[in-house]
Write a protein that binds this ligand. Sequence first.
Ligand code: F6P
Length: 345
Amino acid sequence: MAKCIGIVTGGGDCSGLNAVIRAVVRKGIDRYGYEFIGIKDGWAGLLDMRTTPLDKNAITGILHLGGTILGSSRTNPAKSEEGMKDVVMNYERLGLDALVAIGGDDTLGVAAKLYERGLNVVGVPKTIDNDIMGTDMTFGFITAVEIATEAIDRLHSTAESHHRVIVVEVMGRYAGWIATYAGIAGGGDVVLIPEEPFDIDEVCSLINQRKERGKCYTIVVAAEGCKPKNVEDMVTASKERDEFGHVRLGGIGNALAKEIEKRTGLESRATILGHIQRGGTPSALDRVLSTRYGIYAIDMVHRGEFGKMAALRGNRIVSVDLAEATKGIRTVDLELFDIAKVFFG
Ligand code: F6P
């Protein structure tokens, strides 16, 4: 009998999810003769047995599509013992031989726990935040950087015309990878990341330095999770927590624009890129990376390499322990951030 493999996509979506699903299913059917079941809406679908068959037709024509054909959610079965037991039971009821979990640290954290309970799980690292340990890059990140860079390019011309400061708020909850990459690529005049709390006096002095040399406009790229020195909490859009305990971030851009205008006298605006960074078609590079991840993940299933995640190391895809990959957050390499700093002011 053909082996039956489940696929689940969890957490915040990003571009490239469908490219991974397509690669896993295509190689799994054509080379290994597997059958596939898609789990709907992240772990929620495994808790209440909502699935969809994944044959070759289901994955045809989806490479370039944003989002995930399976749906996603931030449902966390690990928040109760009952939830975990239900997931294990339903994995068996569905007759799964293995499960490919595509997600960020939350989804992969659940995957690691399920592996400890005996399930054959393989992980694929997804997130625009690029903050998963054990891999040099997650898929979805580069597309988000492209979107943020284009936005910065466009904001440059309007900021210059109006002699304004524009604060561009990008995603990046605990790690400022998008801000750093898009800041370097888009020529951000100040880049603020969670890893290096900022001093508002220093930010304004950089803006004033530009003013003194006749440049009365500035682009500040701010990661949503950045915060001033000696301040505990990040600026939030809502204090409500999701099932993994995360508050909804957002608002640092507006707060900064207000403060900058007050201190420098330059008219200031904030642009919050938000979920635009997660939507739409993946870049060519993300399509390739997602495809490589998907192919490697199904090969891992075939080799019986469970409890591991496909990871990019240098230019090679390798496997790393899920337990290692989920033990913390991969923050920005400060040597890279130093490069962004050369262009501050
Ligand atoms: O997936 C990570 C992320 O993009 C974070 O950068 C951001 O804080 C969060 O998702 C927003 O998620 P939601 O979809 O719940 O608004």
